[in-house]
Structure formats: structure tokens, C-alpha cells
Design a protein around this ligand. Structure first.
Ligand SMILES: Cc1cc2nc3c(=O)[nH]c(=O)nc-3n(C[C@H](O)[C@H](O)[C@H](O)COP(=O)(O)O)c2cc1C
Length: 183
């Protein structure tokens, strides 16, 4: 069975990106994928610097790298901060990039974002894509950027716009098609 892990790049209570992550996770499950939703709060890592790294690698970095290496699909849903990547995601990727489990070279990666601005975080998504590509990741082509966040989901966390739901279906199809998992 094809496996997926999902992560959210915002730890804010009531995060819109967490809402999107849960919706895409549910769609992946409906498509027959075995999904594990990860909470980055369970993978605490200090702000990366090479002095710290020389002393010790946080245990969470190795643990998360192994999750990445084992999954057929990695879904990251993260807001954009200042047209860039959130500090949580930058720090997570910095530590992961120093691990040696082939963590970026097995899965197909899907990226999504919700932002308060009307461009839906696509600038941040692009930065995240560039960084992951540089690390050897294969990325699904769909740019799932949703904005403005206000009114983008109903009370059950379902995207209110048909176009957004179609984009999620397209992303789920791509992730399934490009993954190396058996189905
Ligand atoms: C430090 C910071 C920078 C932000 N920069 C942007 C931005 O560049 N573009 C944008 O559309 N929204 C920006 N926002 C607003 C976020 O889109 C908004 O807070 C969103 O709800 C964050 O996602 P979350 O609900 O998943 O936490 C920024 C918010 C913060 C806290």
C-alpha cells in the first residue's frame, strides 16, 4: 500500500494550513493511501547552527529523516511568511538536510499553502519547492495555493471553492501516480 506522511508548517492554534492539511490527508485516504499525520511539535529541534551540530544532532532530526525516507508521499502544507518559508519549515529542512537517510530522494513531495493574502502563499511555495528540489526531491507539479484564507473553508474544513477542491484532487492523483509505493 502506498504510504504518506503529512506535515504542517504552522503550529498556530486554529491554523488554516492545518485545516488544509487535514482535508488533503482525508482525500489521500479516500484514494487508498495509508496516511500518517505528523505534528512538528513532536519533533523539537533548536535553531540550526553548525556549532550545535558539531556537539550533537537532535534525536528528532534523525527520527523525522527516517519518516521521510520511508514514506512514498510527503505532503507539506505551510503558510508563507514575508514571501518566504516559515522559520519552522526552514529549521526543519536545515536539520533534515544534514541527515544521511536518503530522506529527500524516495518520496514524491506535494506542497500546499493557505495565506491571508489573495495570492495564496504561492511565492512561499515556490521557495519551498526550490529548496526541496536542490535537495533532490521529486515534486508534484500542482501549486496548491489558497487565499485569502478568510472564508476559504466551511465549518467542516472543506474548501468552499470548487476550483480548490479540483486542485486538491489533481494533487492527490499526481502524488499517487508519481509515488513508488504499490497500490
Ligand atoms: C511573520 C508573518 C509573515 C507573514 N507574511 C505573509 C506573506 O508574505 N504573505 C501572506 O499572504 N500572508 C502572510 N502572513 C499572514 C499569514 O498568511 C496568516 O497569518 C496565515 O493565517 C498563517 O497561516 P496559519 O493560519 O496556518 O498559521 C504572515 C504572517 C506572519 C505571522
Amino acid at each position: 500500500m502506498t504510504t504518506a506522511i503529512t506535515l504542517c508548517g504552522s503550529l498556530r492554534r486554529g491554523s488554516y494550513n492545518e485545516t488544509l492539511r487535514q482535508y488533503v490527508s482525508a482525500e489521500l485516504r479516500s484514494a487508498g493511501v495509508s496516511v500518517e499525520d505528523l505534528d512538528l511539535a513532536d519533533y523539537p529541534m533548536p535553531i540550526f547552527n553548525e556549532n550545535l551540530e558539531a556537539e550533537a544532532t537532535p534525536e528528532a532530526a534523525g527520527r523525522l529523516a527516517q519518516k521521510f525516507a520511508a514514506a512514498d508521499i510527503v505532503l507539506i502544507v505551510s503558510p508563507e511568511y514575508n514571501s518566504g518559508v516559515t522559520p519552522l519549515m526552514v529549521n526543519t529542512i536545515s536539520w533534515l538536510s544534514r541527515q544521511k537517510h536518503g530522506q529527500f530522494r524516495h518520496a514524491v513531495f506535494g506542497i500546499g499553502a493557505v495565506s491571508s493574502g489573495k495570492y495564496g502563499g504561492v511565492v512561499g511555495i515556490q521557495h519551498l519547492r526550490d529548496s526541496l528540489s536542490k535537495l533532490g526531491a521529486l515534486l508534484a507539479p500542482t501549486l496548491l495555493g489558497i487565499g485569502p484564507a478568510d472564508g476559504a473553508f466551511d465549518a467542516d474544513g472543506i474548501p468552499t471553492e470548487d476550483g480548490v477542491r479540483r486542485k486538491v484532487s489533481q494533487l492527490v492523483k499526481e502524488l499517487n501516480r508519481f509515488s513508488r509505493g504499490g497500490s
